[in-house]
Design a protein around this ligand. Structure first.
Ligand SMILES: Nc1ncnc2c1ncn2[C@@H]1O[C@H](COP(=O)(O)OP(=O)(O)O)[C@@H](O)[C@H]1O
Ligand SMILES: [Mg+2]
Length: 346
């Protein structure tokens, strides 16, 4: 509107000037018409741009101030090219949404798999218990040959259910960030002795000898959550017995590194295929070989172990060879390591 009025005004003024100068040559008319057209075009463009920019700027400001916070509002004022800003933000927004959808899809698959695994792990012992109880009720309880045997098997399956539920409870606590870490300084060698004593009966049954490696008897002072580290050791030693071979050994060693101790739990058991190694820390993952052994594992132990080590900001690795054995190695912070010394100096 304004542009059109301006153009008309220019045109009228030009006509008056022409009249006044008494120039009525046709060339002058063409020049005047061209100038008028140019001015008109420039005016319309300017007004339209202002109109569109003002509205986009308003929308852009609203979106930014509601969605992105103060830091980005400042950026809006720094850079005046609103269209470029909008374009860049829309591209970024589209990329973020695509990533978000990808993550949601992955979580959904993971959730479905997790639920499937949980129900499978619970269903197996429940169905077995149901079978034994029904047989006992059907008259089996009066049969001396089977009643005690079936009750013992029922008890074993109940223990398995308890183990699964406890592990699930533990893992859900850890993953929802509810794991309280209680860091203290303690003697790792003493803890290993304690764990060995705790698990000795099982080791004797499996005819596996538990070892401290050379030089291990000296004091090894670490800074960690003692209860959690105990849990890690019990899980790893328990695995070494379950997947170990009769007459074999389980050896724990500690190696002095700059800031940490490298702890190794090595067995001479059935070992694992290389393809299994990247997956064994996943929940419920069990190798074919261990499944066929049916040792009542839940497949949750190593997932818990990894969470605990990572909550200490340390790492855990595994190496293994079929029929030779498996070694788990993880690090723990040394009490007088470089970091501890630097902290003291501060
Ligand atoms: N020391 C080991 N030797 C051979 N295989 C092992 C060893 N430790 C773990 N595994 C494999 O990793 C899987 C996961 O271990 P874990 O999470 O502790 O579950 P679980 O002990 O309940 O089976 C086991 O089922 C087994 O297949
Ligand atoms: Mg285990």
């Amino acid at each position: 509107m304004i542009a059109a009025l301006m153009a008309m005004l220019v045109f009228v003024l030009a006509m008056i000037a022409l009249e006044w100068l008494q120039l009525d040559h046709w060339l002058m008319s063409i020049i005047l018409a061209s100038i008028t057209f140019l001015l008109l075009w420039l005016g319309i463009r300017f007004v339209l741009e202002r109109f569109i920019y003002d509205r986009i700027r308003l929308i852009y400001k609203t979106i930014r101030s509601t969605k992105l916070g103060k830091a980005n509002k400042r950026r809006l004022e720094d850079n005046g090219d609103i269209i470029e800003n909008v374009n860049r933000d829309v591209e970024q927004w589209a990329k973020d949404r695509a990533d978000e959808i990808e993550l949601l899809k992955r979580n959904e698959t993971f959730r479905r798999e997790f639920l499937g695994n949980v129900s499978h792990e619970l269903k197996t012992p429940i169905t077995t218990i149901q079978g034994y109880v029904l047989t006992l009720l059907d008259g089996g309880m009066y049969d001396e040959a089977i009643n005690k045997k079936y009750l013992l098997r029922t008890a074993k399956n109940i223990n398995r259910l308890i183990a699964v539920v406890n592990d699930l409870d533990e893992i859900s606590k850890i993953e929802s960030g509810m794991m309280q870490m209680n860091f203290t300084r303690f003697n790792f060698s003493a803890l290993v002795k304690d764990v060995f004593e705790f698990i000795e009966i099982k080791a004797n049954k499996r005819k596996i000898v538990l070892h401290f490696s050379n030089g291990f008897e000296s004091n090894i002072m670490v800074e960690a959550d003692q209860g959690r580290v105990r849990q890690v050791l019990i899980n790893l030693v328990d695995n070494s017995l379950k997947y170990g071979t009769s007459g074999g050994t389980t050896t724990i060693s500690a190696f002095d590194m700059d800031e940490n101790y490298l702890i190794e739990v090595a067995d001479t058991g059935i070992g694992m295929d290389q393809v299994d190694l990247p997956r064994i820390f996943e929940r419920f993952y069990r190798t074919e070989k261990s499944r066929s052994r049916d040792l009542g594992g839940t497949g949750l132990g190593l997932a818990i172990v990894k969470h605990i080590i990572e909550a200490h900001r340390q790492t855990i690795h595994v190496r293994s060879k079929i029929d030779v054995g498996t070694t788990f190695s993880f690090t723990l912070a040394k009490v007088n390591g470089k970091k501890a010394a630097a902290k003291k100096a501060e």
